[in-house]
Design a protein around this ligand. Structure first.
Ligand SMILES: [Zn+2]
Length: 854
């Protein structure tokens, strides 16, 4: 039996419809509507006696609808086994009771049945799943290691929709499968005609285990984010930007504690879209006419729509917005920040910073539409260009949201969504409150208090003042919340409260005297192009002691190279190494010049063509050309070595830094030269090229040979650079996942550490998941046995704000490594990261540990 419970907007509040499905003789299900009630906290309860399911879903967000796909209301085990058919090499399900709840149990005999790749159970259904945006499966797997991953399939006629997830910890947990994560297999007829559900547990380690399924529901959320369909736009150059922008909105909604569905416009359904409460279009470069029509219909029927940057005039017109025209910036910094009108919406932030380079100018064209934010220049002058317009039907932002000012973006979105759909305010308040006390790497007020006690025992320190003020506001907010006054709580107040806690956290960081504090600079131009002096001064004042500027690629140099083509940056700003080293040394900063090895991106076409004509570029195993130099070619090895040595000979740099010192991936390189050199050097004959080396008998020898080609360059640079200038430091940016990178990209960087080729190493540990960051750092530190200093790379661009960068500095310190390297130094860094680290983490100067050794 299947029960569908929806809290629709078409029935009176607190009443929702339960669809009870009865299985017919043919095994199909027929729906019968029943009525159920919804209590104030959103828990949907069926009228007693009518509901035959033990569990009906809890709605998290206002307007959420759930469909129960597996109610577990079987009379006995035989009924359950009749519903879920095992495939061959799978045991039948069992019905088990556990603490008063019922679960389906699946045996996973992966030790005793070595030939069973997975368990597969199928159930016949007849469902229209075109509305839900997400599927939740509550499971338990014991032991966790027995299962590699879990797949959920929906069959539709001749094809399937499939998605996979993993169980990461012991105990019961809910796996979420977003509809946008499902891929198609063969030719499914559509989500509206689902005739089968399949659940598979795939073999992980060779262990006997079991899995239990407690819940399987489909969910539709009040909010949907709409992006371009990969099938239509996947090759569009703007597609990636659109995906990134969509993910930025998704993270902000996560922060606000709001659930949402992700849609694309592959097959717009006007009826379904019009049932949505809110649709956000973060950035769609070219909405199809059908999608535009469906959105227009949705707006007419009351759906609120938040459009960004490029939107068809028809849609903007419906929101009450007109006179659009695209405007490029006339000077850098023209569109530097949005200042909001808080008289219209008091919850809006004062300002939201982002460096936009063009906007879609628009004006209110209806009496109920108004400008709520204006663009200001970097020097604080009004541009008189509207940045954001709001009407009761939706909102429009004149550019896309860019990385950087997450805190204010979050508040902006909270204010706009609360204005568009006031019933969201309660959850947004709850979400912001939860978020407010998660600062840095800490997750609660108690953890922050304990951290402060450890690092700032003096209770007179200003950090404690901030903390006390925040705690007081927090008590007041919680009081208001408990009295049901959430709608009156000021979202801005929550933001300010969070600001005070962040301040306390930033102040309560120790500042060690020996530490490598580095910044990678991808442009090679510093934070202010043409002004290394200012970059160096501000870096030094912020407590850094090293910079790693990217001054050369495989085919390009930002300095007066006699070997590589000189860049446009060199033509425009002059010799960047010379300027950088002079300025940095004046300010006590070390310069370790970063080279992008092998990778020919940015190289002039002529250089690329010459290399290709000479047979020096890579090929994939399918014979496709890659724009990378082949690492086994002796002339390429020499070119890599000589260009790095040229820097050492010409400039008083403190060090030289490898990057891209690897293959692009497992598919490279299989050029004819590689075959020849592999056979000659290893004394073998490849019968089947390249299959024998890809997956055949020569695979492990080939992988070993690939590693050697890379390591040879590292060894040569290290040895010869040290001969040219004793004391010079050799370092490398390397892959986080070790030892996987030995085979995947031929980068055996731990062996370089043990062989003494490197003086320090910077694994690129870019993640916004702090647990992952710590796992990587600990694994790397253990693999190198601390033989040389390690300054793990922090991917600031992936982190939501400066307190998160400081969080990873703190975590690196707790893991015992003597430094960090932040990616990337750009024009925003001095405004955001510098002040945050300077407050505590880098308050006092430090010496890099590679100076005190050797
Ligand atoms: Zn090759």
């Amino acid at each position: 039996m299947i029960c569908i419970c929806t809290a629709t907007s078409r029935v009176p509040r607190r009443i929702s419809i339960i669809w009870r499905a009865r299985q017919t003789d043919t095994g199909r299900y027929r729906m019968q509507p029943l009525i159920c009630r919804q209590n104030p906290i959103g828990l949907t309860l069926a009228l007693l006696g009518l509901l035959t399911l033990p569990v009906v879903a809890t709605a998290q967000t206002a307007g959420t609808q759930e469909i129960v796909l597996e109610g577990l209301n079987y009379g006995n085990e035989a009924e359950a086994q009749g519903a879920w058919h095992p495939s061959e090499r799978t045991a039948p399900v069992r019905l088990v009771r556990e603490d008063g709840t019922v679960a389906l149990e699946v045996a996973l005999p992966f030790a005793s049945q070595p030939a069973w790749p997975r368990s597969v159970h199928d159930r016949r259904v007849s469902l229209d799943l075109s509305r839900p945006g997400e599927f939740l499966v509550e499971v338990l797997v014991e032991p966790v290691e027995a299962v590699g991953y879990i797949s959920l399939y929906f069959r539709s006629g001749e094809g399937w929709y499939a998605a996979s997830g993993s169980v990461t910890r012991p105990g019961r947990q809910v796996l979420r499968f977003r509809k946008s994560d499902f891929r198609t297999e063969e030719r499914p007829q559509g989500w509206h005609q689902i005739d089968g559900i399949r659940i598979s547990f795939w073999r992980g380690q060779n262990l006997d285990g079991r899995a239990r399924i407690y819940r399987l529901v489909a969910v539709r959320h009040a909010i949907a984010i709409l992006g371009p369909a990969a099938a239509i736009y996947g090759r569009d150059p703007e597609y990636r930007t659109a995906r990134e922008t969509l993910q930025r909105f998704a993270r902000l909604l996560d922060d606000l504690g709001l659930e949402y569905d992700e849609w694309d416009d592959a097959s717009p359904n006007p009826q379904i879209w019009a049932e949505q409460k809110v649709i956000i279009v973060p950035y769609h470069p070219r909405l199809t006419p059908d999608a535009t029509k469906a959105l227009a219909e949705a707006i007419r029927q009351g759906t609120r729509v938040f459009l960004n940057y490029q939107a068809p005039a028809e849609l903007l017109g419906l929101l009450g917005i007109g006179k659009t025209r695209w405007v490029g910036q006339q000077f850098p910094g023209q569109f530097a920040e949005v200042r909001f009108d808080r008289q219209i919406l008091p919850d809006l932030p004062e300002v939201m910073r982002q460096s936009s380079w063009n906007v879609t100018e628009a004006e209110p064209a209806a009496a109920d539409a108004q400008v709520i934010g204006w663009w200001y220049t970097a020097s604080g002058e009004a541009t008189r260009k509207p940045a954001m317009i709001l009407s009761p039907r939706g909102a429009f932002f004149s550019h896309i949201l860019l990385d950087g000012d997450t805190e204010n973006q979050r508040l902006m979105l909270a204010a706009v969504l609360s204005a568009l759909l006031p019933e969201l305010k309660t959850e947004i308040t709850r979400g912001l409150l939860t978020r407010a006390v998660q600062v840095g790497h800490l997750t609660s007020l108690d953890e922050l208090r304990a951290w402060l006690k450890t690092y700032l025992p003096d209770s007179a320190h200003p950090a404690w003042q901030s903390f006390a003020e925040a705690e007081q506001s927090l008590l007041a907010v919680r009081e208001a919340q408990s009295q049901g006054k959430a709608p009156a709580i000021s979202l801005r107040e929550l933001q300010q409260l969070r600001g005070k806690l962040i301040q306390a956290y930033l102040l309560a960081q120790p500042s060690p005297h020996v530490e490598g504090r580095a910044y990678w600079n991808h442009s090679g131009l510093g934070a202010y192009p043409g002004d290394w002096e200012r970059t160096a001064r501000e870096l030094s004042e912020a407590g850094f002691n090293m910079v790693l500027p990217n001054m050369l690629w495989a085919g390009l140099a930002h300095y007066a190279s006699d070997i590589l083509p000189r860049s446009e940056a060199f033509q425009e700003y002059g010799d960047q190494i010379e300027q950088c080293v002079a300025a940095c040394h004046r300010h006590g900063l070390e310069v370790h010049v970063w080279k992008v090895n092998f990778n020919l991106s940015n190289a002039p076409q002529l250089f690329m063509d010459q290399m290709r004509a000479a047979g020096r570029t890579q090929m994939t195993r399918r014979g496709e050309p890659s724009n990378w130099l082949c690492p086994s070619h002796p002339e390429n090895q020499r070119l890599e070595v000589e260009t790095m040595l040229e820097v050492v000979r010409k400039y008083p740099v403190d060090g030289i830094h490898f990057d891209y010192i690897r293959y692009p991936g497992p598919d490279n390189c299989f050029c004819p030269g590689c075959r020849q050199r592999f056979e000659a050097e290893m004394g073998v004959k490849v019968a089947q090229w390249p299959d024998d080396c890809v997956s055949g008998p020569l695979r492990s020898q080939y992988l070993e040979w690939r590693r050697r080609n890379i390591t040879r360059v590292v060894e040569a640079v290290s040895r010869e650079a040290r001969q040219i200038r004793p004391g010079i430091k050799i370092s490398a940016a390397v892959f986080a996942e070790y030892p996987a990178c030995r085979d995947s990209v031929g980068q055996d960087w731990v062996s370089w550490v043990h062989a003494g080729y490197l003086d320090f190493v910077c694994p690129m540990d870019y993640t916004n998941n702090h647990e992952q960051f710590v796992r990587w750092v600990k694994n790397q530190w253990q693999a190198t046995q601390g033989k040389i200093p390690m300054y793990p790379g922090i991917g600031a661009y992936r982190l939501d704000g400066p307190d998160q960068v400081v969080a990873q500095i703190a975590l690196a310190r707790l893991a015992g490594v003597p430094g960090f390297t932040i990616f990337n130094l750009d024009e925003q860094s001095p405004k955001t990261i510098f002040p945050a680290v300077k407050m505590g983490a880098t308050r006092t100067p430090a010496t890099p540990p590679h100076r005190t050794q050797r």
